[in-house]
Design a protein around this ligand. Structure first.
Ligand code: HEC
Length: 135
């Protein structure tokens, strides 16, 4: 015969402890996954920024300014400034196409076709997009 306190403990553990433990575990795992995604995004944004200012890769600031970044000095105004890109390109695929081959929206553009001419890889273009969306 189990004692009263043993019975209470068993029913408690079935009703509360196990479900709570499972809930806590799920919350913990989700937080961990989100933290990892955040870190990946931050790393990509950093790489994207490097490419945007790199003379041998993107060199976007030869033509575009980045007014919200005090450490990027560019007075270039050949292309529009990098602001509100999420509003201007709500669809990520459109921004990808624009950087891959700008004739996508403007057949007479002087902007280089970074993807088509293999100046940037698709991965690099997406790192740049992560950065542009953070501005
Ligand atoms: C040689 C100059 C030049 C370089 C270098 C250049 N761009 Fe451009 N870019 C332009 C011009 C001019 C436009 C405007 C005409 C057009 O839409 O094609 C433009 C337009 C854009 C647009 C569309 C902006 C809008 O608001 O419609 C984006 C996005 C863009 N450029 C991204 C980039 C990125 C990212 C890089 C670097 C990887 C880059 N550009 C490098 C000249 C340049």
């Amino acid at each position: 015969m189990p004692t009263f306190s043993e019975m209470t403990y068993r029913s408690l553990s079935k009703k509360f402890l196990l479900p709570s433990a499972i809930t806590l575990f799920v919350i913990f795992s989700c937080n961990l996954a989100t933290a990892q995604t955040d870190q990946l995004l931050i790393a990509n944004q950093k790489k994207g920024k490097g490419l945007v200012i790199s003379v041998t890769k993107g060199n976007c600031i030869a033509c575009h300014s980045v007014p919200t970044e005090s450490d990027i000095v560019s007075l270039a105004n050949i292309g529009p400034p990098f602001v509100n890109l999420k509003a201007r390109f709500p669809n990520r695929a459109d921004l990808e196409k624009k950087i891959w081959d700008p004739t996508f929206t403007n057949p007479n553009t002087i902007m280089p076709p970074f993807g088509k001419h293999k100046i940037l890889t698709m991965i690099e273009i997406h790192q740049i997009i992560d950065y542009l969306y953070s501005l």
